[in-house]
Design a protein around this ligand. Structure first.
Ligand SMILES: C[S@@+](CC[C@H](N)C(=O)[O-])C[C@H]1O[C@@H](n2cnc3c(N)ncnc32)[C@H](O)[C@@H]1O
Length: 208
Protein backbone atom coordinates (compact mmCIF):
# COMPACT_ATOMS: atom_id res chain seq x y z
CA UNK A 1 0.00 0.00 0.00
CA UNK A 2 1.05 3.60 -0.72
CA UNK A 3 2.92 4.90 2.36
CA UNK A 4 0.62 7.96 2.57
CA UNK A 5 -2.44 5.71 2.77
CA UNK A 6 -0.75 3.57 5.42
CA UNK A 7 -0.36 6.71 7.54
CA UNK A 8 -4.11 7.41 7.20
CA UNK A 9 -5.11 3.82 7.89
CA UNK A 10 -2.84 3.53 10.93
CA UNK A 11 -4.03 6.90 12.25
CA UNK A 12 -7.71 5.96 12.20
CA UNK A 13 -6.95 2.52 13.59
CA UNK A 14 -5.47 4.33 16.56
CA UNK A 15 -7.89 7.25 16.98
CA UNK A 16 -11.22 5.77 15.80
CA UNK A 17 -13.03 6.15 19.14
CA UNK A 18 -11.44 9.54 19.88
CA UNK A 19 -12.36 10.94 16.44
CA UNK A 20 -15.93 9.71 16.90
CA UNK A 21 -16.34 11.59 20.18
CA UNK A 22 -14.69 14.75 18.84
CA UNK A 23 -16.75 14.89 15.65
CA UNK A 24 -20.13 14.01 17.20
CA UNK A 25 -21.45 17.59 17.60
CA UNK A 26 -20.71 18.71 14.02
CA UNK A 27 -23.74 20.72 12.90
CA UNK A 28 -22.43 21.26 9.39
CA UNK A 29 -22.22 17.49 8.86
CA UNK A 30 -25.78 17.10 10.19
CA UNK A 31 -26.94 19.81 7.79
CA UNK A 32 -25.39 18.08 4.76
CA UNK A 33 -26.49 14.62 5.92
CA UNK A 34 -30.09 15.90 6.11
CA UNK A 35 -29.77 17.45 2.66
CA UNK A 36 -28.33 14.25 1.16
CA UNK A 37 -31.02 12.09 2.81
CA UNK A 38 -33.84 14.20 1.40
CA UNK A 39 -32.38 13.82 -2.10
CA UNK A 40 -32.73 10.01 -1.90
CA UNK A 41 -35.72 7.97 -2.98
CA UNK A 42 -36.70 5.11 -0.67
CA UNK A 43 -34.67 2.03 -1.62
CA UNK A 44 -31.94 4.02 -3.39
CA UNK A 45 -28.52 2.46 -3.91
CA UNK A 46 -25.92 4.59 -2.13
CA UNK A 47 -22.13 4.43 -1.92
CA UNK A 48 -20.43 6.12 1.03
CA UNK A 49 -16.67 6.71 0.79
CA UNK A 50 -14.70 6.93 4.06
CA UNK A 51 -17.60 5.94 6.33
CA UNK A 52 -15.59 6.03 9.55
CA UNK A 53 -17.43 4.50 12.51
CA UNK A 54 -20.75 4.37 10.65
CA UNK A 55 -22.47 7.04 12.75
CA UNK A 56 -24.20 9.26 12.15
CA UNK A 57 -23.99 9.09 8.35
CA UNK A 58 -24.09 5.38 7.44
CA UNK A 59 -26.69 4.40 10.02
CA UNK A 60 -28.98 7.29 9.08
CA UNK A 61 -28.77 6.51 5.38
CA UNK A 62 -29.68 2.84 5.93
CA UNK A 63 -33.09 3.99 7.19
CA UNK A 64 -34.10 4.63 3.59
CA UNK A 65 -31.35 3.35 1.27
CA UNK A 66 -29.24 0.29 0.45
CA UNK A 67 -25.82 1.49 1.56
CA UNK A 68 -22.37 0.24 0.57
CA UNK A 69 -19.93 1.95 2.95
CA UNK A 70 -16.17 1.84 2.50
CA UNK A 71 -13.29 2.64 4.82
CA UNK A 72 -9.56 2.00 4.61
CA UNK A 73 -9.16 1.54 8.38
CA UNK A 74 -10.00 -1.90 9.81
CA UNK A 75 -10.85 -0.31 13.18
CA UNK A 76 -13.28 2.14 11.56
CA UNK A 77 -14.82 -0.61 9.39
CA UNK A 78 -15.30 -2.78 12.50
CA UNK A 79 -17.12 0.07 14.29
CA UNK A 80 -19.24 0.72 11.20
CA UNK A 81 -20.24 -2.96 11.09
CA UNK A 82 -21.48 -2.63 14.67
CA UNK A 83 -23.09 0.79 14.32
CA UNK A 84 -24.72 0.37 10.91
CA UNK A 85 -25.56 -3.34 10.66
CA UNK A 86 -27.89 -2.84 7.70
CA UNK A 87 -25.07 -1.49 5.51
CA UNK A 88 -22.63 -3.50 3.43
CA UNK A 89 -19.29 -2.49 4.96
CA UNK A 90 -16.14 -2.85 2.86
CA UNK A 91 -12.66 -2.32 4.28
CA UNK A 92 -10.65 -1.01 1.33
CA UNK A 93 -8.91 1.97 -0.24
CA UNK A 94 -11.62 3.83 -2.12
CA UNK A 95 -9.30 3.92 -5.15
CA UNK A 96 -9.25 0.10 -5.22
CA UNK A 97 -13.02 -0.20 -5.64
CA UNK A 98 -14.58 -1.57 -8.79
CA UNK A 99 -18.27 -1.30 -9.67
CA UNK A 100 -20.11 -1.55 -12.97
CA UNK A 101 -21.17 1.74 -14.60
CA UNK A 102 -24.50 3.20 -13.38
CA UNK A 103 -24.46 1.23 -10.09
CA UNK A 104 -25.53 3.94 -7.64
CA UNK A 105 -28.24 6.58 -7.30
CA UNK A 106 -25.99 8.63 -5.05
CA UNK A 107 -22.45 8.75 -3.67
CA UNK A 108 -21.27 10.68 -0.61
CA UNK A 109 -17.92 11.33 1.05
CA UNK A 110 -17.87 13.22 4.36
CA UNK A 111 -14.34 14.42 5.25
CA UNK A 112 -12.66 11.52 3.42
CA UNK A 113 -11.40 12.64 -0.01
CA UNK A 114 -9.15 15.19 1.74
CA UNK A 115 -7.04 12.21 2.85
CA UNK A 116 -6.54 10.94 -0.70
CA UNK A 117 -3.29 12.01 -2.44
CA UNK A 118 -4.38 14.99 -4.50
CA UNK A 119 -3.12 13.58 -7.79
CA UNK A 120 -5.85 10.92 -7.36
CA UNK A 121 -8.79 13.31 -6.86
CA UNK A 122 -9.54 13.78 -10.56
CA UNK A 123 -9.52 10.03 -11.22
CA UNK A 124 -11.68 9.43 -8.12
CA UNK A 125 -14.25 11.92 -9.45
CA UNK A 126 -14.19 10.24 -12.89
CA UNK A 127 -14.87 6.85 -11.26
CA UNK A 128 -17.69 8.28 -9.14
CA UNK A 129 -19.23 9.76 -12.30
CA UNK A 130 -18.98 6.35 -13.98
CA UNK A 131 -20.57 4.50 -11.02
CA UNK A 132 -23.46 6.97 -10.72
CA UNK A 133 -26.64 6.46 -12.68
CA UNK A 134 -27.46 9.33 -15.05
CA UNK A 135 -28.91 12.15 -12.96
CA UNK A 136 -27.33 10.67 -9.79
CA UNK A 137 -26.03 12.84 -6.96
CA UNK A 138 -22.55 13.22 -5.46
CA UNK A 139 -22.20 15.07 -2.16
CA UNK A 140 -18.80 15.65 -0.56
CA UNK A 141 -16.68 17.88 1.62
CA UNK A 142 -13.44 18.85 -0.13
CA UNK A 143 -10.46 21.05 0.68
CA UNK A 144 -10.32 24.82 0.43
CA UNK A 145 -6.58 25.54 0.44
CA UNK A 146 -3.88 23.57 -1.37
CA UNK A 147 -2.07 21.12 0.90
CA UNK A 148 -0.11 17.91 0.62
CA UNK A 149 1.60 16.30 3.54
CA UNK A 150 1.87 14.53 6.80
CA UNK A 151 0.86 16.15 10.09
CA UNK A 152 2.77 14.89 13.08
CA UNK A 153 -0.17 14.90 15.46
CA UNK A 154 -3.87 14.94 14.66
CA UNK A 155 -5.93 13.78 17.64
CA UNK A 156 -3.00 11.72 18.91
CA UNK A 157 -1.53 10.19 15.73
CA UNK A 158 0.34 11.29 12.61
CA UNK A 159 -2.04 11.69 9.68
CA UNK A 160 -1.93 12.74 6.02
CA UNK A 161 -4.04 15.35 4.22
CA UNK A 162 -3.93 16.29 0.55
CA UNK A 163 -6.08 18.43 -1.68
CA UNK A 164 -5.96 21.16 -4.31
CA UNK A 165 -7.68 24.55 -3.92
CA UNK A 166 -11.46 24.78 -3.93
CA UNK A 167 -11.38 26.23 -7.47
CA UNK A 168 -9.27 23.35 -8.74
CA UNK A 169 -11.60 20.77 -7.10
CA UNK A 170 -14.56 22.41 -8.84
CA UNK A 171 -12.70 22.23 -12.15
CA UNK A 172 -11.85 18.54 -11.58
CA UNK A 173 -15.50 17.73 -10.79
CA UNK A 174 -16.76 19.42 -13.94
CA UNK A 175 -14.17 17.75 -16.14
CA UNK A 176 -15.18 14.37 -14.66
CA UNK A 177 -18.74 14.97 -15.89
CA UNK A 178 -20.19 16.04 -12.52
CA UNK A 179 -22.16 19.27 -12.74
CA UNK A 180 -21.92 21.24 -9.51
CA UNK A 181 -25.43 22.27 -8.46
CA UNK A 182 -24.55 23.68 -5.03
CA UNK A 183 -21.32 24.76 -3.40
CA UNK A 184 -20.51 26.36 -0.06
CA UNK A 185 -17.37 26.99 1.93
CA UNK A 186 -18.34 26.34 5.55
CA UNK A 187 -16.33 26.34 8.74
CA UNK A 188 -16.72 23.55 11.21
CA UNK A 189 -18.64 24.33 14.33
CA UNK A 190 -16.48 22.06 16.44
CA UNK A 191 -14.82 23.66 19.41
CA UNK A 192 -11.06 24.16 19.46
CA UNK A 193 -8.26 24.91 17.06
CA UNK A 194 -9.45 22.52 14.36
CA UNK A 195 -11.98 24.98 13.00
CA UNK A 196 -11.08 24.36 9.36
CA UNK A 197 -13.22 25.40 6.41
CA UNK A 198 -14.34 22.79 3.87
CA UNK A 199 -15.80 23.14 0.40
CA UNK A 200 -19.16 21.34 0.36
CA UNK A 201 -20.50 20.34 -3.05
CA UNK A 202 -23.64 18.74 -4.39
CA UNK A 203 -23.03 17.63 -7.97
CA UNK A 204 -25.03 15.68 -10.53
CA UNK A 205 -24.03 13.28 -13.24
CA UNK A 206 -25.55 14.64 -16.41
CA UNK A 207 -28.51 12.58 -17.61
CA UNK A 208 -27.83 10.86 -20.92
C1 LIG B 1 -12.28 12.32 9.00
S1 LIG B 1 -12.83 10.66 8.93
C2 LIG B 1 -14.57 10.87 8.46
C3 LIG B 1 -15.42 9.71 8.84
C4 LIG B 1 -16.91 9.91 8.56
N1 LIG B 1 -17.15 10.07 7.13
C5 LIG B 1 -17.45 11.09 9.34
O1 LIG B 1 -18.08 11.96 8.76
O2 LIG B 1 -17.24 11.13 10.54
C6 LIG B 1 -12.14 10.09 7.37
C7 LIG B 1 -12.39 8.62 7.11
O3 LIG B 1 -11.98 8.33 5.77
C8 LIG B 1 -11.27 7.12 5.76
N2 LIG B 1 -10.36 7.12 4.60
C9 LIG B 1 -9.29 7.93 4.40
N3 LIG B 1 -8.67 7.62 3.24
C10 LIG B 1 -9.39 6.60 2.69
C11 LIG B 1 -9.25 5.85 1.50
N4 LIG B 1 -8.23 6.06 0.64
N5 LIG B 1 -10.15 4.89 1.23
C12 LIG B 1 -11.18 4.64 2.11
N6 LIG B 1 -11.35 5.31 3.28
C13 LIG B 1 -10.47 6.30 3.55
C14 LIG B 1 -10.54 7.11 7.10
O4 LIG B 1 -10.13 5.82 7.52
C15 LIG B 1 -11.57 7.74 8.04
O5 LIG B 1 -12.39 6.77 8.64
Amino acid sequence: MDARKQIVRDAYDKIAERYLKWSAPSQVRTHYLDKFRTLLQDGADVLELGCGAGIPVTRTLTQRAHVTAVDISPAQAALALKNAPAALIVCADMMALEFPPDSFDAVCAFYAITHLPREEHGEMFRRIAKWLKPGGTFLASLGVFETDGRTEDWHGAPNYFSHPTADESLRLLESAGLVVAEQEIARQDLKGEEDLPFLWVVARKTAR
